[in-house]
Design a protein around this ligand. Structure first.
Ligand SMILES: *[C@@H]1O[C@H](CO)[C@@H](O)[C@H](O)[C@H]1NC(C)=O
Ligand SMILES: *[C@@H]1O[C@H](CO)[C@@H](O)[C@H](O)[C@H]1NC(C)=O
Ligand SMILES: *[C@@H]1O[C@H](CO)[C@@H](O)[C@H](O)[C@H]1NC(C)=O
Ligand SMILES: *[C@@H]1O[C@H](CO)[C@@H](O)[C@H](O)[C@H]1NC(C)=O
Ligand SMILES: *[C@@H]1O[C@H](CO)[C@@H](O)[C@H](O)[C@H]1NC(C)=O
Length: 370
């Protein structure tokens, strides 16, 4: 009998230990881990987390693919274009925050960020920045899209062709023959002489003065230099304010405002412009699960996309959750009416009846410039 009691006691103690371990593992340990993680991630001047926040320690790589138009003469005769993709031309992207301001009362940090692009010769090999490419001339689409947005001058489109000829001289055609570096960063020059024809001056003036055109830059002699990515190099994407996670760790990294407002003004509709409550790429809240829902503000698209858990992966030995934009993002308005504010109006041949783009395509010119 006595022995039996002992066994019961041992078994009872065993159960207690197991329960204790379970409580520790499932209830107490997460709290300790949560607290430790929170303490290491909160954004406070002088901490490692702060240094990682100010200078993103891992480089990002921006891969550019260019479509060479290989049958410009046939296209000029009205035949279908044949394009050949070349690339990737790889640029290393480093991001640095500046103009940092900490607010303790409401637990936020305000900052600007500049991105620097540098050509990565090794990752681009055997391609080089000095390769000659024959893309379609970007000027004509830029000017046509300006004209498209200004219905009162649409009659001008008939007159534009001579304007381009005056700007590019002998080099004008459907394609350019320029180096990758010229097209992306150094600039392709276009003539804008004071004694040019009216149409020549009109095209130059449109590119100089239309606020959405970020790719053109006026040279000291009045001529124009057109480079597709130059405006993104070493420029600030705006003033961001986010939560630092000291008061409410659940909100760490969450954007409160961009340029002082809870919305941006790139799109014709409040929903597409809403940024407060979304996350910038510099800091996403931890402890996500596959079911977590959050939105991610992307500087290149100038809007926040809802994200959803995609898969579990292992990257360099670390277990990761992979999130991708939710399928509702870039879905046609017919399925997701809330996407109406991404509709660009009419784009010949590409748009559907509702004047919206097909699934997976987005016109980012309202934010990136034409
Ligand atoms: C962080 O601390 C350093 C050293 O005390 C100071 O120079 C710097 O201005 C502080 N940064 C911010 C954003 O307050
Ligand atoms: C935080 O405080 C600063 C300075 O008072 C203020 O400009 C900012 O709007 C505040 N942000 C929020 C989200 O309250
Ligand atoms: C970006 O700007 C920096 C500083 O002006 C310059 O050194 C760098 O070469 C530029 N990047 C490219 C790809 O032109
Ligand atoms: C492009 O220009 C370069 C340098 O002037 C020249 O060597 C090359 O043959 C040209 N390519 C084409 C396709 O016109
Ligand atoms: C405009 O002036 C430049 C130099 O001043 C001259 O070379 C050019 O031929 C002139 N063009 C026209 C269309 O008069």
């Amino acid at each position: 009998m006595r022995k039996c009691y002992n066994w019961l006691f041992v078994a009872g103690a065993g159960v207690l230990v197991v329960v204790g371990i379970l409580i520790f593992h499932y209830a107490i340990l997460p709290i300790i881990v949560h607290k430790q993680v929170a303490e290491t991630l909160q954004l406070n001047n002088g901490t490692d987390a702060w240094d990682r926040f100010v200078n993103l320690p891992v480089p990002l790589y921006f891969r550019v693919y260019i479509f060479n138009l290989i049958n410009p003469d046939a296209v000029a005769r009205g035949e279908k274009a044949i394009v050949k993709e070349v690339g990737p031309y790889v640029y290393k992207e480093t991001r640095e925050k500046f103009n940092l301001q900490l607010f303790d009362d409401n637990d936020t940090v305000r900052y600007e960020e500049r991105t620097k692009f540098e050509f990565d010769a090794k990752l681009s090999h055997p391609l080089t920045e000095d390769d000659y490419i024959q893309p379609t001339n970007p000027t004509a689409p830029i000017v046509y899209s300006i004209v498209e947005r200004l219905p009162e001058v649409s009659f001008l489109s008939e007159l534009l062709d001579p304007g381009f000829k005056a700007m590019f001289g002998d080099r004008y055609g459907l394609t350019l023959n320029v180096t990758v570096r010229q097209l992306l960063f150094d600039g392709v020059e276009a003539k804008c002489p004071p004694n040019g024809t009216i149409v020549n001056r009109l095209v130059c003036s449109a590119i100089h003065n239309f606020p959405l055109v970020k790719v053109g830059r006026r040279l000291p002699n009045g001529d124009l230099s057109i480079a597709i990515l130059r405006f993104k190099n070493e420029t600030s994407g705006g003033v961001f304010e986010i939560y630092r996670g000291n008061h409410d760790f659940e909100k760490i990294g969450m954007i409160t405002s961009i340029n002082g407002a809870p919305t941006v003004d790139n799109w014709p509709g409040e929903r597409c412009n809403l940024v407060s409550g979304t996350y910038a790429e510099s800091l996403i809240k931890p402890f996500l699960t596959m079911d977590s829902k959050f939105s991610f503000y992307d500087d290149d698209a100038c809007t926040a996309s809802p994200m959803s858990g995609d898969s579990e992966e292992t990257v360099e030995g670390i277990d990761c959750l992979k999130f991708t934009p939710a399928s509702s993002f870039l879905s046609p308005v017919t399925d997701h009416p809330e996407n109406y504010c991404y509709c660009p109006g009419s784009i010949g041949g590409l748009t559907q009846g509702t004047a919206c783009l097909k699934k997976g395509v987005m016109d980012i010119s309202p934010c990136q410039g034409t």
